[in-house]
Write a protein that binds this ligand. Structure first.
Ligand code: SF4
Ligand code: SF4
Length: 471
């Protein structure tokens, strides 16, 4: 790919990474160093370390984050959610969505530039490997255009081998959020034949990571990620964006001519852009807010002894010379939704119980009559949502003559679920009419952990004979 020349500049009608004939043009952004690049590196490395170590941190006997899909259990920082608690995910996901809305309306694409895993991995790992093996952008372009000599094959071979190894590592880091690390370790050490399904999964994930970071790259932001498309609806003239100060920069030209603005049209901001855009043409959907162009232009301004900030973080109002309003109606709206969702979710989390009890009447007749008793049959589902083995006792608060089949404590292993029949019976001689009774589930120490109100059904009483009527 040719370096951005004056005759080959980005334009607003097409993306720079696609040639006019539709083929891919591989971008080779120049490296830049500056205050924002350094700050992003620090933030990126901290986030990467956190991402890698989270599944290794033990909280209450489980990893800080473990999405145990086969067992439908989700361990999140000491809280365990089971399939029955999944309604909470609505509040978690909508809360994250509104958080993203607020952040975007205030600070534009700060997520993309500073915290998005795709950007972090591409910039902090894969591009670093590329520069280490092939050299800077100019050398990479020269290698692109060079014939396939043994030296080119060796350099490309080393680079792609390293890409594959990192992709393999990433696949395991990704899986460690779904499989406990000790199991993952056993899988790694055992033969692929023993765990062919997980081996296949790792192979597919490795292939996807490798494809994305070695070839697809910025196309993921442009073609697949929906956030860039949402951006135009989420930001307004007061949102913080990265932009070019047209009033200060134009007309572009030689610094020696006092009639010119501060932009010398050196194209440094274009050449460092990983998305291949020219920020001087205004805010564009491809811009991921990486701030490389700010650092690049600041360096040019430093050399020219002109103030920094020709390209800078500002709002569209700020670039137009107006005052930026931080708090706007949409900020209140998004914050309101976030607050409501947050309160509901917090209250719901406090309502989460360590044991689950559900009781349903068994199908068939509502009651049965034997020689001596009237019987109701229920199905009791018990679930231990804790990591400790426990015993649960089911008791009915009813007439002492009411008999229950579940007399002994039910022992449950950690996260064990069981379904048991419960037969409640009343001597026929004692039954006079259907009645309500209260069922409690207690721990051996007597603490009530759950309870239900049930109705005992039976035959009607004949008003004249005072006898029970059985149809
Ligand atoms: S225009 Fe600037 S901030 Fe936007 S992607 Fe390009 S280099 Fe990054
Ligand atoms: S780096 Fe600055 S001076 Fe150079 S072209 Fe970009 S905006 Fe103009």
């Amino acid at each position: 790919m040719a370096r951005q020349s004056r005759g080959n500049r980005p334009n607003l009608n097409s993306v720079s990474s696609i040639n006019p004939d539709g083929s891919r043009r591989f971008l080779r952004p120049a490296h830049v160093n500056g205050r924002f690049t350094r700050a992003r590196t620090v933030v990126g490395l901290i986030l990467l370390v956190i991402t890698v170590i989270l599944p290794w941190i033990d909280i209450g006997g489980y990893p800080a984050v473990l999405l145990d899909v086969p067992h439908r259990r989700f361990h999140l920082f000491g809280i365990t959610l089971i399939a029955q608690d999944l309604w909470l995910s609505f509040f978690i996901l909508s809360g994250l969505g509104f958080l993203l809305f607020i952040v975007t309306s205030l600070w534009g694409r700060i997520w993309c530039g500073w915290t998005c895993p795709h950007s972090l991995l591409l910039e902090q790992i894969f591009r670093r490997i590329e520069r280490l093996v092939e050299g800077d952008a100019a050398k990479q372009r020269a290698l692109d255009e060079a014939p396939w000599t043994s030296s080119k094959m060796m350099l490309r071979g080393i680079k792609h081998t390293l890409f594959l190894l990192v992709s393999l590592l990433l696949a395991h880091v990704f899986l460690s959020y779904f499989v406990p690390v000790e199991f993952l370790g056993k899988w790694i050490l055992s033969s692929p034949v023993e765990h062919w399904d997980s081996f296949l999964l790792v192979a597919i994930l490795t292939g996807l990571f490798y494809f994305n970071f070695s070839w697809f790259r910025e196309q993921l932001c442009i073609v697949i990620c929906p956030y860039g498309r949402l951006q135009s609806a989420l930001i307004d003239d007061d949102s913080l964006i990265i932009g070019y100060d047209t009033r200060r920069g134009e007309p572009r030209g030689k610094p020696s001519d006092p009639a010119n603005g501060h932009c010398i049209d050196c194209l440094r901001c274009v050449n460092v852009c990983p998305m291949g855009i020219d920020i001087r043409m205004g805010l564009q959907i491809e811009c991921i807010g990486c701030a490389y162009c700010i650092d690049a232009c600041d360096q040019v301004m430093d050399k020219l002894k002109r103030p920094r900030g020709l390209i800078r973080y500002d709002s569209l109002n700020g670039f137009a010379g107006n005052r930026r309003k931080l708090i706007r109606p949409r900020t209140f709206l998004y914050a309101g939704f976030l607050l409501i969702g947050g309160i509901v979710m917090t209250l719901s989390l406090f309502q989460l119980k360590p044991y689950h009890l559900s009781i349903t009447r068994m199908s068939g007749p509502p009651f049965h009559r034997t020689e001596t008793a009237v019987r109701n049959q229920f199905s009791v589902r018990l679930l231990n949502k804790t990591g400790q083995e426990t015993a649960l006792i089911i008791r009915a608060e009813a007439d002492p003559l009411t008999q229950m089949s579940l007399k002994d404590p039910v022992s449950l292993k950690p996260y064990e679920e069981t379904v048991l029949p419960l037969i409640v019976s009343v001597p026929t001689t004692q039954f006079r009419a259907p009645f309500e009774f209260h069922l409690t589930m207690t721990r051996p120490d007597g603490t009530i952990v759950s309870s239900r109100d049930l109705r005992f059904l039976g035959p009607d009483l004949d008003a004249s004979t005072r006898e029970l009527v059985f149809d």
